[in-house]
Design a binder for this molecule. Structure first.
Ligand code: ASP
Length: 287
């Protein structure tokens, strides 16, 4: 069995954008699934899926990221695999492929998180170049339509039963330069271990305060089902912080996509033998 789930961010999304966002997450899930179907790793699959959405200006990651209050783009991203290897980058200016740089941090094994403009020195070493200044800024971001844009993420399980998670974002619109959200923080925006993987979206400060994806993993380890674990953790976040969030997660038994916000585009592709199940929708809202 292999499976991949992709999300395009929790938020209030106007009806006219539903089809475009569903098509975006579907294309990302297809990219990840192609890798899993060819026997590739869960880690390669989640990175490939997230790269598709970083290049899609409809989503708040890479090209099309929301802007800082200085009018610039600074991106955050992380990747984690079931062996609890982790790599992340935070608040890196003009970085269009943040998930690829996060992956390079993971592979290098020296550090887990590189932040700010100095991360470009490492990027250069691994052959990643900055986008031309201003080229990641879209008209939509300039108009600050942040309420309709969301972080992106993917979780997967490969044919060998390994899990991985990846998350990438421009953060929140109008943030201070240098602000770091949940997406590059292990256990907040991204988590994977031997039993599950999860990727979160929503109010980064709230997600960090409750260590959302780690909370789900711990509840699962204590015997909850994946859906129970995700819904209790989201409910805890709402009660503790008053914030908003959404999450996708996968374990040996299945997948879940759940959010507190009105919508969160989600696509999944599950292969069980010859049977392939493809689903895309605007997510399940936790009441
Ligand atoms: N969680 C992201 C952040 O706070 C934003 C989002 O999910 O839309 O950086």
């Amino acid at each position: 069995m292999t499976a991949i789930v992709v999300h395009g961010g929790a938020g209030a999304i106007t009806l006219d954008r539903h089809d475009r966002l569903r098509a975006g997450v579907r294309a990302a899930a297809e990219a990840g699934d192609a890798i899993l179907a060819a026997g590739g790793s869960a880690l390669d699959a989640v990175v490939a899926a997230v790269r598709v959405l970083e290049d899609d200006p409809e989503f708040n990651a890479g090209h099309g990221s929301v802007l800082t209050r200085d009018g610039t783009v600074e991106t955050d991203a992380s990747v984690m695999d079931g062996a609890q290897r982790f790599g992340a980058v935070a608040a890196v200016p003009d970085l269009g492929c943040a998930v690829a740089l996060a992956r390079a941090v993971l592979e290098s094994g020296e550090h887990v998180l590189l932040a700010g403009p100095a991360a470009w020195r490492f990027a250069e070493e691994v052959g990643i170049r900055p986008a031309p200044p201003g080229s990641l800024v879209t008209e939509r971001s300039r108009r600050r339509l942040a309420e309709s844009k969301g972080t992106v993420g993917a979780v997967a399980r490969d044919g060998e039963g390994r899990f991985a998670s990846a998350t990438s974002t421009g953060g929140i619109s109008g943030k201070r330069s240098g602000r770091v959200g949940d997406s590059p923080i292990a256990g907040a925006g991204t988590w994977a271990d031997h039993a599950m993987a999860a990727s979160a979206t929503g109010d980064g400060e709230a997600i960090i305060r409750v260590a959302l994806t780690h909370a789900i993993a711990m509840r699962l380890a204590a015997g909850s089902s994946l859906r129970e674990a995700a819904s209790i953790a989201l409910d805890d976040l709402r009660r503790t912080t008053g914030g908003n969030a959404g999450v996708i997660a996968i374990d040996r038994g299945g997948i879940v996509g759940l959010q507190l916000s009105p919508a969160m585009p989600v696509a999944s592709i599950v292969r069980e033998g010859a049977e392939i199940t493809r689903v895309d929708h605007m997510g399940d809202r936790l009441s």
